[in-house]
Design a protein around this ligand. Structure first.
Ligand code: SF4
Length: 256
């Protein structure tokens, strides 16, 4: 059970869990409730402060791979599948090991699923992912001439690829304006009170209605490290958070 801090040291709380409850059905954009001492929520300074705050943290795995030259759509899709339910500290070395062995669909299709499984052993669900990756490589070689098209529908037609991976890979590799909502983006944007949604899918829908397009790809890049180090799943570090004055802290009941 999480240890509680003395009330006097807690960061100020926003709404009670009762008022913070998200509505049923699709996500929606809400006007964050006014609170004494809080500034009106403004996404520009909020993301500017977070950009500065995460400068010294490691990039999320797919951005880190792109910075190392693994920035093709195929490589990004492979890396995203490996990152599902797996920490970056594990998925990034596994992605590098696999891509150093086979960075193209043709090369990956030449490996057997068993070979791929051996290389990606540390990754969660490695056996199922090995078969999925082999199928994607084979289909890309046979149906698309070895080059994946920048098409979300095509990417999501592959087993194991949902909107989160498709959007992030398309944003990084193809320059598409697409929001990728993982558990960090979902949690943080709902705590801000910027959107109100029960699921990452509903959060995506709500963000598409309100977030300026210039931030659609960058949002994931900023909020993954911010969610890992500052706005953590349990006991977020609100007292030292750079966006405390803007954030409605929806649903936060125990903060550091
Ligand atoms: S750490 Fe606290 S103040 Fe900062 S974004 Fe998360 S909930 Fe808001």
């Amino acid at each position: 059970m999480a240890r509680r801090t003395a009330p006097s040291r807690r960061a100020p709380r926003a709404e009670s869990p009762r008022t913070a409850r998200a509505p049923k059905g699709p996500g929606r954009v809400v006007e964050p409730p006014a609170q004494p001492g809080k500034a009106p929520f403004d996404i520009d300074p909020v993301l500017g402060r977070i950009r500065e705050a995460v400068r010294h943290f490691a990039d999320a795995a797919m951005f880190a791979l792109a910075a190392r030259g693994h920035d093709s759509l195929f490589e990004q899709l492979v890396a995203c599948i490996l990152s599902i339910r797996t920490r970056d500290e594990v998925s990034l070395p596994a992605s590098l090991a696999l891509l150093q062995r086979a960075a193209t669909p043709e090369a990956l299709a030449r490996l057997s699923p068993e070979d791929i499984d051996t290389i990606i052993q540390p990754v969660t669900f490695h056996e199922a992912k090995a078969w999925q990756l082999h199928a994607i490589a084979t289909r890309t070689r046979d149906e698309f001439g070895g080059e994946l098209p920048c098409d979300a529908q095509v990417l999501q037609s592959f087993k194991g690829v949902g909107p989160k991976c498709a959007h992030l890979a398309l944003g990084i590799a193809c320059g598409h304006e697409a929001i990728s909502v993982d558990i960090h983006v979902h949690r943080v944007t709902n705590r801000w009170g910027y959107v109100r949604a029960r699921t990452p899918e509903a959060t995506l829908e709500a963000l598409e209605a309100v977030l300026p397009r210039a931030y659609w790809v960058e949002l994931n890049r900023l909020l993954v490290p911010f969610g890992k180090h500052v706005c953590t799943g349990t006991r977020p570090r609100c007292s030292t958070c750079p966006v405390l004055r803007f954030c409605r802290q929806v649903g936060v009941t125990d903060a550091r």
